[in-house]
Design a protein around this ligand. Structure first.
Ligand code: FES
Ligand SMILES: [Fe+2]
Length: 325
């Protein structure tokens, strides 16, 4: 592990490029993640693709005005066409395609209602997978209700919430009765129970198990007034900003309108909860060596776990596996 947490760049892992319902077939759009300009598009048959943004010809941004044709994105400047691997496959006014006419292609996986992108500091392939959620698309469960916020903070601040038991009452007004943290290879789980006081009033006695699958996608199994699955995830935009996304699936009740209203309320509560955290995150001065006391939760263990995602794949896997033992 690096001796400093101020490693430049980003952790390696699966990150959310978008919710599936945010990208329609035939749509192309510009995105900026990991300090890079990218184009995200969905082929007419429905496959998501993410490529480096700038055309190798004369540098136009493929996401600003680029059109999808079949499984290709067409550059808005001179209409060169790029396939899902990033290779130029058609130039409308030339028979021969230059060898170097290609852009980098990013590994994507679509599951659970998300398009995930694999980011790797060493450009290694994925060393684990996001698990399937049996509730997604299953009868008796709603579709995702979701929201997003751009936040000026380091991703580590968000992840540290899972061990930071001391902040739940002062920041969120949540009364935590039990909490346990388990670190297992690329997963970090918080098992927690208590009483939440939703913003709209009332209270909810809950128990939850919330697992980070890698550094950026956390899935919560929430048992309270209703059964719910919550997702909290983030994708770095650059070294100073990230896109925070959150969503909820809930078990349907007989009253469809009421179920939808409850799902919306969950999302509003998540948004409000994040606003409470953001007020802290955006104004704090990072303490690499905080002065901790009994009851603060295993913060340094969490930081050590998170820091492993900055290691090259082989070292990371060995370190994460060793932690499992
Ligand atoms: S800049 Fe893209 S085709 Fe010319
Ligand atoms: Fe929080």
């Amino acid at each position: 592990m690096s001796s400093s947490l101020k490693t430049p760049g980003f952790a390696s892992g699966w990150f959310v490029a978008c919710f599936s319902d945010q990208l329609a077939p035939g749509e192309a759009r510009p995105v900026r993640f990991f300090g890079q300009d990218l184009v995200l598009f969905r082929s007419e048959s429905g496959e998501p693709v993410m490529l480096d943004a700038h055309c190798p010809h004369m540098g136009a941004h493929l996401g600003h005005g680029g059109k999808v044709r079949g499984d290709r994105v067409v550059c808005p400047f001179h209409a060169w066409e790029f396939g899902p691997t990033g290779d130029c496959v058609e130039i409308p006014y030339a028979d021969k395609i230059p060898k170097k006419a290609k852009v980098a292609c990013w590994p994507l996986v679509e599951k659970n209602g998300f398009v995930f992108v694999w980011y790797d500091r060493a450009k290694d392939p994925p060393s684990w997978q996001i698990p399937d959620m049996p509730e997604f698309g299953a009868p008796g469960w709603t579709a995702w209700s979701h929201g997003e916020l751009e936040v000026k903070t380091h991703p580590r601040e968000i992840v540290e919430n899972v061990v930071d038991v001391g902040h739940f009452m002062p920041v969120h007004g949540t009364d935590v009765s039990t909490i346990e943290n388990v670190f297992d290879a690329h997963k970090a789980t918080q098992i927690n129970s208590g009483t939440a006081y939703p913003i709209g009033g009332g209270h909810d006695h809950y128990s939850l198990e919330a697992t980070y699958h890698g550094p950026a996608w956390q899935l919560t199994d929430w048992k309270g007034f209703l059964q719910a699955r919550l997702v909290n995830c983030h994708t770095p935009i650059d070294e100073d900003r990230l896109l925070l996304r959150f969503g909820v699936l809930i078990q349907e009740t007989d009253d469809v309108a009421k179920t939808e209203l409850i799902a919306q309320k969950y999302v509003e509560n998540m948004r409000e909860g994040f606003f409470q955290d953001i007020a802290i995150w955006e104004n704090l001065s990072f303490r690499e060596r905080p002065i901790l006391c009994a009851g603060d939760g295993p913060l340094m263990k969490l930081r050590q776990w998170y820091q492993e995602f900055y290691q090259p794949d082989s070292e990371r896997v060995a370190a994460l596996e060793a932690r499992r033992a």
